[in-house]
Design a protein around this ligand. Structure first.
Ligand SMILES: NC(=O)c1ccc[n+]([C@@H]2O[C@H](COP(=O)([O-])OP(=O)(O)OC[C@H]3O[C@@H](n4cnc5c(N)ncnc54)[C@H](O)[C@@H]3O)[C@@H](O)[C@H]2O)c1
Length: 393
């Protein structure tokens, strides 16, 4: 591959999301990191030195760099609209983190900006890029197991007790598990349903006054073809659904079943919001000397908890190592090759869109549909009504 065939990526926001994508960006042979901007100057300096890349003081200056072909918007949710508009205005292709934005109007504005600029807009990473879910969808589409009737998705984590910025604990500013985690779970369920979502009815839990936002939800979704789904998430969990995935974590990493309660214990060190930001930033890409990245040779695929798709002739259970098929008379696993680059699917889809003009699955319209369903969870939990969805694809 010549350097001309590499996708030259600029990054806005070197925080936690970027650190999770870093092994992907470094390991993927078709991508090169060429620039970054972040208000944290020490992180930008380290990035420039580590990747022989350019560091910028503002997203505007990064977007104006002619060497940047595509921009990864990994700033906090509330900046996604502004940063997508900037990138589009400079003719850059865009990968914007989930949730795409905080309102339907903001998503529509982002889609319009990309369309007018004739650039590709993808939303992600979300776990619906994970190969086990994509393969499960292929198996469903093959028709071999009959049509999908019901989907159950369950995820129990310590999400709410990981270190957070104050706005991540304020629903009005996009805080809580509905914006951050339903964006993954709804994406996975929509991918596997293979029909357009129609309605959502939900309950949410806001149970810890010290962390005053939604930490849990249960949602029922219906789809145009009669499929129905149940989505449950707890970010307050003591139980951990990684137990149902062979003690593999969300990133495909090995988990120690005896490392119980670590997030809650670590959070006790924070005496103030400033302390908590400090602890969060230590998990981000920081100054030289802080955590680096590594590609774990033992990793499996990413996952998002327990997912069971009930088809007419089999239940399908995607796992980090393959898809377990529970058919009428037999049970077996359709193995999936171990990933060489974690989350390679994200770069593959972005690359295909930019270089081969292949319409992305995780387009702006896709991200809008998921965000609309997230907002539907909040609306339904508040009003007690079933919410009809109008922007589904
Ligand atoms: N897909 C995933 O697995 C995943 C994981 C974590 C976060 N996310 C998403 O990524 C986004 C960022 O979340 P995070 O947890 O990384 O937050 P974070 O606070 O760790 O990182 C945000 C980074 O953006 C920087 N920033 C703030 N304002 C900026 C600006 N105006 N211009 C440029 N950079 C700016 C901050 O300094 C920080 O480095 C959120 O939308 C979140 O939902 C996705």
């Amino acid at each position: 591959m010549t350097t001309q065939d590499e996708l030259r990526l600029g990054v806005i926001g070197l925080g936690r999301a970027f650190t999770l994508m870093l092994p992907t960006f470094v390991g993927h042979p078709k991508l090169r990191l060429v620039a970054a901007s972040d208000p944290r100057k020490d992180a930008v300096s380290r990035f420039a030195a580590e990747f022989q890349a350019k560091g910028y003081d503002t997203p505007e200056n990064l977007c104006a760099d002619p060497d940047v072909q595509a921009v990864y918007v990994a700033s906090p949710h509330q900046f996604h609209l502004e940063h997508v508009r900037l990138a589009a205005a400079h003719g850059k292709h865009i990968l914007v983190e989930k949730p795409m934005a905080l309102s339907v109007d903001a998503c529509l504005a982002m889609i319009a900006a990309a369309r007018n600029a004739r650039v590709q807009l993808l939303v992600g990473h979300s776990h619906s890029y994970d190969l086990p879910y994509l393969r499960t969808r292929d198996m469903i589409v093959s028709g071999r197991y009959g049509r999908v009737r019901m989907i159950n998705a369950l995820n129990f984590t310590d999400f709410l007790y990981r270190p957070r910025r104050p706005e991540e604990l304020d629903t009005q500013q996009g805080g809580g598990v509905v914006f951050s985690q339903a964006a993954h779970q709804i994406d996975v369920v929509r991918l596997l349903a293979t029909s357009k979502a129609a309605t959502v009815r939900a309950f949410t839990g806001n149970w810890d006054a010290r962390r005053p936002t939604e930490g849990a939800y249960n949602a029922q979704m219906s789809f145009d073809d009669g499929t129905f789904a149940s989505l449950t998430y707890s970010g307050y969990a003591h139980f951990d659904t990684d137990e149902f995935n062979g003690w593999r974590g969300e990133l495909g990493q090995a988990r120690d079943p005896d490392a119980y309660g670590r997030a809650r214990m670590a959070l006790k060190q924070a005496q103030s919001a400033a302390d908590e930001i400090d602890i969060k930033n230590r998990r981000a890409y920081g100054p030289v000397g802080t955590d680096g990245f590594r590609i774990d040779p033992d990793m499996t695929h990413n996952h998002f908890g327990l997912v069971i798709v009930s088809c007419e002739h089999a239940d399908l259970r995607p796992t980090p190592r393959g898809i377990i098929v529970y058919a009428d008379e037999n049970r077996w696993i359709e193995p999936i090759e171990q990933p060489r680059v974690p989350r390679a699917e994200v770069v593959d889809e972005l690359y295909d869109a930019v270089f081969n003009g292949k319409p992305p699955l995780h387009s702006g319209a896709w991200g809008l549909a998921t965000l609309e369903a997230c907002l539907g969870i909040l609306d339904s939990a508040g009003s007690g009504a079933t919410v009809s969805l109008m922007h589904q694809v």
